[in-house]
Design a protein around this ligand. Structure first.
Ligand SMILES: Nc1ncnc2c1ncn2[C@@H]1O[C@H](COP(=O)(O)OP(=O)(O)OP(=O)(O)O)[C@@H](O)[C@H]1O
Ligand SMILES: [Mg+2]
Length: 206
C-alpha cells in the first residue's frame, strides 16, 4: 500500500493534471500559455521518481522539490521547487503532520518563494493567494482550530487572493510585460497554489 505522503502528493498530481488546460488557459491570457503544461510535466515526473513506500514526509517533499526544480522550466519550477524543498527541511524525519507543522510549512514555503522570486504581496503572483492563506491559517490555529479547520479558513482567503489578482496589474514575471492589460485576469500561479491547498485539505479530510 502506498504511504500517506505518497498518496497526498499523487493527489496533487491528479489535481494538476485535471486542471492542466485551465491553468494553461489562464497563462495564455497574461503569460505564455505554459503554466498548466509546466506543472503537469513536473508533477508527472514527481510521481515517477517518488518511492510509493516513502514514509518520511520531509524526504518526500525534498524529492518533490528537487524534481520540480529539474523538470519545470520558467518561473514556477524554481519557485515551487524551492517551496517544497524548504517544506522538506521542516518535515525531515517526520511521519506525521501536525497543525503546527503545516503552519511552519506555509511559512518556509513562502519565505523560499520570496527569496527566490523577490516578489511581495500585491504583485499578482502565487504569493497573493499564499500569504493571506498563511496569515489566516496561523490565526485559526492560535484560536485552537485543528489542521483541517484552519486550512478551510485559509483556502477561503486564498480564493479572495485569486479574486484580488484580477484587480491588479502584474509587476513580476512575464505578465508584467502587459502592464495595465494584465488587469482583469486572474493569476495562474495563485490559482495553482490554491488548488494545491484544496487538494491537501481534501486528502486530510478523507
Ligand atoms: N517573481 C515571482 N514570485 C512569485 N511568483 C511568481 C514570480 N514570477 C512569476 N510567478 C508566478 O509564476 C506563474 C507563472 O508560472 P509559469 O509556469 O507560467 O512560468 P513562466 O511562464 O516562466 O512564468 P512567467 O510568465 O511569470 O515568467 C505566475 O502566474 C506567478 O504566479
Ligand atoms: Mg508561463
Amino acid at each position: 500500500m502506498p504511504s500517506r505522503v505518497y498518496e497526498c502528493i499523487a493527489k496533487i498530481n491528479d489535481t494538476i493534471q485535471a486542471n492542466k488546460d485551465f491553468l494553461t488557459d489562464l497563462d495564455r491570457e497574461i503569460g505564455d500559455a505554459d503554466h498548466g503544461v509546466n506543472m503537469a510535466r513536473g508533477f508527472h515526473a514527481v510521481t515517477e521518481k517518488l518511492s510509493q513506500d516513502e514514509t518520511d514526509i520531509g524526504a518526500a517533499l525534498k524529492k518533490t522539490g528537487m524534481t520540480l526544480l529539474s523538470t519545470v522550466g520558467g518561473a514556477s519550477g524554481p519557485l515551487y521547487g524551492t517551496a517544497y524543498m524548504e517544506a522538506g527541511k521542516v518535515m525531515a524525519g517526520k511521519t506525521e503532520l501536525t497543525a503546527e507543522d503545516f503552519g511552519q510549512i506555509l511559512d518556509v514555503a513562502i519565505a523560499g518563494i520570496q527569496k527566490r522570486g523577490k516578489a511581495e504581496r500585491g504583485e499578482k503572483t502565487m504569493l497573493d493567494a499564499l500569504i493571506p492563506a498563511c496569515e489566516t491559517y496561523h490565526a485559526k490555529v492560535a484560536e485552537g482550530a485543528d489542521l483541517v479547520t484552519a486550512l478551510d479558513a485559509a483556502i477561503e482567503e486564498a480564493h479572495k487572493g485569486i479574486e484580488f489578482t484580477k484587480t491588479i496589474r502584474a509587476t513580476k514575471g512575464r505578465a508584467s510585460y502587459l502592464g495595465d492589460r494584465s488587469i482583469g485576469h486572474q493569476d495562474p500561479g495563485a490559482t495553482s497554489a490554491t488548488l494545491t491547498l484544496e487538494t491537501v485539505r481534501d486528502f486530510l479530510k478523507a
